[in-house]
Design a protein around this ligand. Structure first.
Ligand SMILES: NC(=O)c1ccc[n+]([C@@H]2O[C@H](COP(=O)([O-])OP(=O)(O)OC[C@H]3O[C@@H](n4cnc5c(N)ncnc54)[C@H](OP(=O)(O)O)[C@@H]3O)[C@@H](O)[C@H]2O)c1
Length: 206
């Protein structure tokens, strides 16, 4: 059955972006260091249509596994605003992306199969559209922190995948910085250690 999963890079002190994140400064000051492990992987290079082949290995296996399972994506408006100016013509999602926002806008169709749909009638509607579009595949909650917290608080997340970068950012956009369920139990599903990152996957006990 189709799953809803969160997949995020975080610093050891729990930030998903550094300070001053905005369009033109995506992920904020120092924030791109969170994803340093990912930038050279073959899957990332291919998804962004970059030159070169990229590296294979355990980090790339994780990127490829995530790419293969995604049938649709959900993201917040602030994540979209940062990406809109920085993503290349060939946006990296190659599928439907549902952007939670309060500003209505026509769908934005990109070459390479990515279409951004702007949903203004709330989380439940967004998830329902994303689930339907995903079919047998899974729905990835891509971020940012606000949208991830809402999904966790609503109890709709099946799996939480954190890629923990060996980095203290000190300031920025904190993942767990707002309302969450009073208590959630998680099961460790997988831990993959590599020199540049620790990948930890949890199943959320419902
Ligand atoms: N490290 C990672 O893996 C990772 C992944 C993704 C993003 N990020 C970073 O995370 C940061 C953004 O996170 P964030 O927490 O600030 O913001 P966000 O979750 O990306 O977006 C929040 C915005 O989405 C809209 N929104 C959210 N819920 C809504 C609802 N229920 N109904 C209508 N609109 C809703 C609102 O925008 P409006 O009211 O303005 O329309 C809200 O201000 C960025 O810096 C990005 O680079 C990091």
């Amino acid at each position: 059955m189709s799953k809803v999963f969160v997949d995020l890079g975080v610093s050891v002190d729990g930030f998903v972006a550094g300070p001053n994140a905005r369009p033109g400064n995506p992920l904020g000051d120092g924030g791109p260091l969170i994803h340093r492990w990912m930038y050279q992987t073959a899957g990332f290079v291919r998804n962004l249509g970059l030159k070169g082949k990229g590296r294979t290995g355990p980090d790339n296996d994780i990127v490829e596994a995530v790419t293969a399972r995604c049938g649709s994506f959900v993201m917040g408006r602030r994540m979209f605003d940062e990406g809109e100016v920085g993503w290349p013509e060939n946006a990296p999602f190659h599928g439907p992306v549902y952007v939670l926002t309060n500003d209505a806008r026509e769908p934005w169709v990109r070459p390479g199969g990515t279409t951004f749909y702007f949903v203004t009638d709330g989380l439940a509607s967004t998830l329902s559209q994303a689930r339907e579009a995903a079919g047998e595949k899974d729905v990835r909650i891509a971020g940012g922190a606000d949208v991830v917290r809402q999904c966790l608080a609503a109890g709709v997340v099946d799996e939480l995948h954190l890629h923990i970068a060996p980095l203290l950012l000190g300031k920025g956009v904190k993942l767990f910085d707002g309302p969450l369920p009073e208590r959630s139990e998680l099961e460790v599903a997988q831990v993959v250690d590599s020199p540049g990152v620790t990948h930890v996957s949890y199943r959320i006990v419902k």
